[in-house]
Write a protein that binds this ligand. Structure first.
Ligand code: GLN
Length: 499
């Protein structure tokens, strides 16, 4: 196995900039790794070998000519297939979009390219980002590199699995209810949901527009921070993009790595424990809190009572917005068209196309959302959910009046088995119990590996949450914790055959 694939993004970038290795060698090492293991993992829906090598050569040319390159120039990355990238298909894990080639780059994609980051390909996901396991992908599930019979989380399971399988050192995910953080937790990797509006949504295929956020995925906190600063910042093409300076997350990650949290107030959310939480996950969480205390943090318990209603509120708001957003897939503008033989009306073709193109979970969400928004039910369902959203925002505000960051487990259990929850949508939805409040409030949150559960030896994640635009607080805490506990991913037993 080529040692380059073990390196962090920061190490690779330094080696490329100093010409110790070329960006082409780095890209090739990762493409080779994908060739070796992705048959088993299935993290990628599309690998862009040509494009990756071309981008890598351009970085090598810049370095050779002495031109200044960015802090991640030449580092390979896996892009979730919900963001558009010119020259590659965008499917969102859906049959409906099969064969669609977007005519433009998402702002995130454009910023990656401008930074000299080498896009390896597009990663697998639950269809239109609806799910917690990637089993809702129309193209087959991704497998967790820690145990190939288990799910890698979702919806961005492909992005996180690609990191855990050492197919890429960096990835991009999107998080509407937990799709960056929950896959990060169950694969032993780092995943960050930025403040809503912190990263542009231009070119991110919309699921629930008031919740969707793209963010960085990596194996270390510093790598996530470096990527965060590449993709974040104001974009006039997204009307909800925040026009404010990007929080200083790289500096915070470096400061945190010195391991001192003296004076930092950490709140433990009391709502996230008890029934439904795996004992090994709770023990890992308690150990993490003890570790933070040892680093000098002051620990206090904080109650956020409205968080108990976050899951039901989310499952009204997200499907409502989805039912409206997915109306654009009308068989005319994008993707496949079914039954257009000259004898059928546009309505019939649209209906046949949506029937054939959408999977069961997407159809379920469209129906729930349409019902929740219908006249006579709007106030009872959608309206009530919006009120809960306000209460959750107030709980956060009250909590952050007392503490600098909040912590919880990222997800109630470790990776479950493929097939275990496919017949039970509610069990599937519960994977996001702890992650959803931050989406509803628009606040940033991240998952950092907190070791392996003592029950099943599978990765557990520690969630760190901060107030809007205070990402640097959570990066500092996560980096201090990571430095103290040591990296989890180095132990990954995965894919023994390939090692
Ligand atoms: N698992 C959640 C859902 O199914 C969250 C998905 C996401 O964040 N995209 O909606």
């Amino acid at each position: 196995m080529n040692e380059l694939i073990r390196s962090t993004a920061a190490e690779l970038a330094a080696k490329i900039a100093s010409r110790e290795v070329s960006a082409v060698e780095v890209a090739q090492a990762h493409l080779d790794r994908i060739g070796e293991v992705d048959g088993a993992v299935h993290a990628f829906l599309h690998v862009d070998t040509e494009g990756a090598l071309r981008a890598a050569r351009a970085v090598d040319d810049d370095v050779a000519a002495g031109r200044a390159v960015g802090p991640l120039a030449g580092v390979p990355l896996a892009l979730k297939d919900v963001l558009t990238a010119r020259g590659m298909p965008t499917t969102c894990g859906s049959k409906l979009l099969e064969g669609w080639q977007p005519p433009y780059d998402a702002t995130v994609t454009r910023r990656l390219r401008e930074a000299g980051i080498v896009i390896l390909g597009k990663t697998n996901m639950d269809e239109f980002a609806m799910g917690s396991s990637t089993e809702n992908s129309a193209f087959g599930p991704t497998r967790n590199p820690w145990d190939l019979d288990r799910i890698p989380g979702g919806s961005g399971g492909g992005s996180s699995a690609s990191l855990a399988a050492f197919e890429a050192p960096l990835a991009i995910g999107t998080d509407t209810g937990g799709s960056i953080r929950q896959p990060g937790a169950v694969t032993g990797t780092v995943g960050v949901k930025p403040t809503y509006g912190g990263v542009s949504r231009y070119g991110l295929v919309a699921f629930s527009s008031s919740l969707d956020q793209a963010g960085p995925c990596a194996r270390t906190v510093l790598d996530a921070a470096l990527l965060h600063e590449v993709i974040a910042g104001h974009d006039p093409l997204d009307s909800t993009s925040i026009d404010a300076p990007v929080p200083p997350v790289v500096a915070a990650a470096r400061e945190g790595a010195t391991g001192d949290l003296t004076g930092v107030r950490v709140g433990v959310v009391t709502q996230f424990s008890g029934d439904g939480y795996q004992p090994g996950v709770l023990r890992s969480f308690e150990a993490a809190v003890a570790q933070l205390k040892q680093l000098g943090a002051e620990i206090v318990e904080v109650s956020c009572p409205s968080f108990d209603y976050a899951l039901p509120a989310y499952y009204l708001i997200a499907p409502s917005e989805a039912s409206s957003n997915l109306a654009r897939f009308d068989s005319m503008r994008y993707g496949i068209r079914v039954g257009d033989d000259g004898t059928r009306s546009a309505e019939e073709v649209m209906s046949l196309t949506r029937e054939a193109g959408f999977g069961a979970e997407v159809k379920r969400r469209i129906m729930i959302g349409t019902y929740a928004l219908s006249s006579g039910y709007y106030d009872a369902y959608y309206g009530s959910a919006q009120k809960v959203r306000t209460l959750i925002t107030r709980d956060f505000e009250r909590a952050f009046g007392e503490v600098d960051v909040l912590v919880s487990p990222t997800t109630p259990t470790t990776a479950f088995r493929i097939g275990e929850r496919t017949d039970d949508p509610i069990a599937m939805y519960k994977a996001d119990l702890c992650t959803i409040p931050a989406n509803l409030a628009g606040t940033p949150a991240m998952s950092v590996p907190s070791g392996l559960s003592d029950e099943d030896g599978l990765p557990v994640g520690l969630q760190v949450m901060a107030p809007a635009l205070q990402e640097h607080r959570m990066y500092r805490v996560a980096a201090a914790y990571e430095a103290a506990r040591g990296q989890v991913i180095a132990d990954v037993p995965a894919l023994a055959g390939a090692r």
